[in-house]
Design a protein around this ligand. Structure first.
Ligand code: PGA
Length: 247
């Protein structure tokens, strides 16, 4: 059985009280499965609740959805990698498409955040993906490679990260890439990583992944797991998704 990572991105949902009852349900329903890791990215206000709630199960982990690159100081509203680590984060989403497209994060800023995560020993999950316009004009691979180069660059061979390929047009829209489409882009990302000395990097797929399409997507050997937003918000549905049987 190949190792798979299931990452739940709660986005701006589930405050501390809701997170506590979510975990109570999830932990009762979900026993560790061989070769499966489940990572939770709650909103920052719920991070400590989730990190503590997961206890010391080695298959479960909490991460932060976004960080600022400075480690402390007069940056009202921002959270640094060391602060997230103090609250129990072990990983960080970096360059999620909503940070890039709703909040205007640039490739350069994504790179600085990735470096800050690494410096604080948070495992970065670097998100890349093209918009519909870029896809329609045949730029998907160029965009994804540019995002990889901007964030990882020469560091690729010396650091450990996870990549999440999330086509922007598939996020929260109910439209998802076909398993073949996803696998094609994953293969290109894999080729880039190999060229840059990071062949053993995990690559997740994200964008409207749900109970109905997870098995078909994960049947593609190129996918090492999924990053899931909407379909991770109900603890029992998420439990079922994480238990998806993979051919
Ligand atoms: P979605 O979000 O599953 O709701 O499309 C995925 C993500 O943005 O990480």
């Amino acid at each position: 059985m190949r190792p798979l990572l299931f990452a739940a991105n709660w986005k701006m949902n589930l405050g501390p009280g809701e997170a506590r009852s979510y975990l109570a349900t999830f932990l009762k329903a979900y026993a560790p499965q061989p070769n499966r890791q489940v990572w939770f990215f709650p909103p920052a206000v719920s991070l400590e609740t989730v990190a503590n709630g997961l206890g010391n199960r080695s298959d479960l982990l909490a991460g932060v959805q976004d960080i600022y690159w400075e480690s402390k100081g007069a940056f009202t509203g921002a959270i640094s990698a060391p602060l997230a680590a103090q609250a129990g984060a072990k990983a960080a989403l970096i360059g999620h498409s909503e940070r890039r497209h709703v909040f205007g994060e640039t490739d350069e800023q994504t790179g600085k955040k990735l470096a800050a995560a690494l410096a604080a020993q948070l495992h970065p999950v670097l998100c890349v993906g093209e918009t519909l316009e870029q896809r329609d004009s045949g730029q998907t691979l160029a965009v994804v490679k540019r995002q990889l180069a901007a964030a990882l660059g020469e560091r690729a061979a010396t650091v450990r990260v996870t990549i999440a390929y999330e086509p922007v047009w598939a996020i929260g829209t109910g439209r998802n890439a076909t398993p073949r489409d996803a696998a094609t882009v994953h293969a290109a990302i894999r080729a880039w990583l190999e060229q840059h000395g990071a062949a053993d990097t995990r690559i997740l797929y994200g964008g409207s992944v749900n109970l109905k399409n997870a098995a078909e997507l994960l049947a593609e050997q190129e996918l090492d797991g999924v990053l899931v937003g909407g379909a991770s918000l109900d603890p029992l549905a998420w439990t079922e998704l994480v238990r998806t049987a993979v051919a």
